[in-house]
Design a protein around this ligand. Sequence first.
Ligand SMILES: Cc1cc2nc3c(=O)[nH]c(=O)nc-3n(C[C@H](O)[C@H](O)[C@H](O)COP(=O)(O)OP(=O)(O)OC[C@H]3O[C@@H](n4cnc5c(N)ncnc54)[C@H](O)[C@@H]3O)c2cc1C
Length: 493
Amino acid sequence: MIRTGRQYRDSLRDGRQVFINGERVKDVTVHPSFKPLVDIRALVYDMQHDAATREVMSYCDNGQRHAIGNKLPMTQDDWWDKRRATDTVLDRIGGIVTRIGDETVGEMWSLHDGQDLLNEVDPRFSANIRNHVARVVELDPFHVSANTDPKGDRSKRPQDQDPDMLLHVVKETDAGLVVRGAKYETAAAYANQAFTKPTIANWGDSDYSDYAVGFICDFSSPNLKFICRTGFAGRGPAADYPLANKFDEIDSLVIFDDVLVPWENVLFYRHTRAASFIRATLHRYSAFAYVQRNLKLADMLIGAALFNARQTGLDKQQAVQEKLAQLACYREGINAHLTAAVALGERSPAGLLMPNQSLLFTGRVLATSKLHEMMHIARELCGGQICVTPDKAAFDDPETRPWLEKFYKVNDDWEPEDRRKLLAFARDLLNSDYAGHRLTFQLFAQSPPFAHLAAVYRSFDWNGPLAFVQKAADLSVKVLPPGLKPKRNGAVP
Ligand SMILES: Cc1cc2nc3c(=O)[nH]c(=O)nc-3n(C[C@H](O)[C@H](O)[C@H](O)COP(=O)(O)OP(=O)(O)OC[C@H]3O[C@@H](n4cnc5c(N)ncnc54)[C@H](O)[C@@H]3O)c2cc1C
């Protein structure tokens, strides 16, 4: 079943306790800080029904329609379909939103791959993950991600400080587990559920720690509180901050004040190996949709920089063309990683099609670690006018308008209003509070940079280069046990 935007909005009116700027929010669907993103998420639901976009956004199975984003990936076509559906959304809204479900649902598929491990502790846990993967397909909830605790002092064991610094189980009951702690979660205040799991490997040296717990958190559960960071929407006029006003994805510190998690939502408990497994494999699917956002961000950087260079006639300069070419290399580098990751996809232990892990994770490092440099090139190409241009109010004021129209009319092709709009767009993309926030989001929201590199280290086939050098240097040392061949990353399949 696919939900409608209206059903989604109704699902958020569940008495949840949301706070922002010292205010208790009565209804997130109409509050100015949340409404822009609720409207976009609702639009995504409606696009699944709309005749113009239905085929791209949903698929039919046994006479029922389901969201493409929630479909378990079995083939390369499934990945092309997902990529197309996400692009369709981003093109339609004219901007970038990341935490809208397609990018987070894949975290559950990773645990789905670890069912043998879950069976070691309790077969009910592997049944639970299968049910939840199917439930998302069936019910189409807005599913997000919860990994990051406040953590406290990392030099101490969790037990040696305020124990709530890491989310943990405080009680087992017949109905389920009672958990305490907190997690940072983007979009939680206007989503329905999150796959909640530990983010660190320090469980106090115990194989059966209370901290090693993973579950689906239903956001309508009592005793949850969503304490949100202040929003960017409404801080300045939309004409001056067009991105911040439309696309700000509010993050929450979600407080678990003794929250009951029913047994059917528990995915592992007192099982540090399962917790380690999910840490190591968490993004094997979801990194694809995450990196896809960087591709769109690169398009926005190129578009803003090139329009500016054309407005001012600078695109004829070779030095300017070289900087634009650097942006294009970045963009196409991401595109190549995403495309090749699908073309050279790999079978997962549970038989799903994973994007090629080495190509996906090296692509994520390329996309995130070079983003600040690319923003800087685009900033340079846009010139200093993005930070000195007056706001729209000054362009409208009868006293100042004639001067601004005079100095912002670059030539016969470009009207002052278009020049003002482009500079406002570029400022919000590159220079504003919101721009800095998005740069940090891309760097951190899917784990920090050192974890991105750790994923590369785990997935790159080191044996390929070793085998090559072993032969080239005529070394007698063995690279692999007899009979095993290196995977040869990137070799023609
Ligand atoms: C905008 C935004 C949105 C987010 N959304 C979500 C979300 O939806 N869900 C969610 O769960 N989390 C979310 N996060 C949290 C994000 O996953 C964390 O910020 C990230 O995991 C890092 O944790 P931390 O902030 O506690 O930094 P810390 O763990 O304090 O790390 C800070 C720095 O210390 C260094 N460091 C720490 N540990 C190590 C180590 N072991 N090895 C090497 N260097 C190390 C690194 O330089 C690291 O970047 C979001 C973060 C941001 C900024």
